[in-house]
Design a protein around this ligand. Sequence first.
Ligand code: SAH
Length: 397
Amino acid sequence: METLRVLELYSGIGGMHYALKHSSKASAKSHSESGISGQVVAAIDINTTANQVYRHNFPGTPLWNRTIEGISLDEFQNLQFDMILMSPPCQPFTRLGRQRGIADPRTKSFLYILNLLPRLSPLPRFILLENVKGFESSSVRQYFVQILMECGYIFQEVMVSPTSVGIPNSRLRYFLMAKISTESICSKSKDLQMSLLPAETESSVEPSLSSPQKPVTSSLEKEEEMEDRVLYKLETTNDAQRKLNQNRNLSIRQIQDFLEPQENDDMDQYLVPSYVLLRYALILDIVKPICRRSICFTKGYGRYVEGTGSILQCDLETEIESVFKNLDQFSEEEKLQQLQGLKLRYFTPREVANIMGFPKSFSFPDQIPTRQRYKLLGNSLNVVVVTRLLHQLLSKW
Ligand code: SAH
């Protein structure tokens, strides 16, 4: 089996590295494939907490605690890498961020990489980039695509959410997969550009890289749009219907498949505190173990309430509707008692990691506090989604 030398930029807690490992395994199993595997020759990130987690899980991988824009062409050149995996910081492109794109100082390191790319010799054969929804319409994406074409890459863009690989979690993300064109590396022909499709594959289990373009706003995208918006209002009938439909979609697994054993003694620390119950009960996104949906876990999970991730209802005897219907007739004390009866708790970091496709072998060093764990996971990616995309990038083209 051929082993690619892989450069992992913005490595965080190593979501890309796990996807690479998993896609290598998948390709080794399916003998029909080309059998390419990868070895991370350098992972680069400036977040020291993320780096502690990375090192803990990948002790054998060279990890550079440096700013990307401080690394010289020669240093990159010496790594002799065949593939780049990267998730540049996404704040410049989020809807709540000011969408400054190219003008935002946080894109500096990515622009540095783009300027460096044409000067690498040889060019890396494969590139996979992950980013938030919004990147596809940014000036940075346009510049990226222009550089790829000038360098002779063919590429494909997709929008994928974990629901499309059977995982009960919405996390719509932009991916670009590029491969160097073998015919003529110098050709600048537009034909090299493969179909440019933001393909949200909400219903299919396989993330299809060639599915036709769908209408711009699917219901799922609407939910994703709510991901970082403050929700003051109560649920509308539309919301309720959409959730019902998601829970009926049997191609998606149930939340219970991703939970830790409920008898763990330390689960009480994850119960939603009383003041949150009293002030925010009506805006929590509550799911039960049998549900087949949850909203995106963001870096503020466990800290901010609105739209940062779903809450789990552990008492299954009580009907949530019956509690919520009469809530305003109760005194504060009774209200709290009713709400506490539902045993609402946060998903543990381990459970969030499970939902995001991190393997059992992944763990946090003991000293990393819970909030940091949520934050790091919130910045990471769904490993199962990226595994599928990498597998396709390495085997089908
Ligand atoms: N894919 C990663 C997360 C990427 S989030 C994972 O699986 O965890 C973006 C990461 O880029 C953050 O960890 C941040 O620390 C890092 N970063 C941002 N700007 C950087 C720069 N200029 N140089 C190096 N790392 C940077």
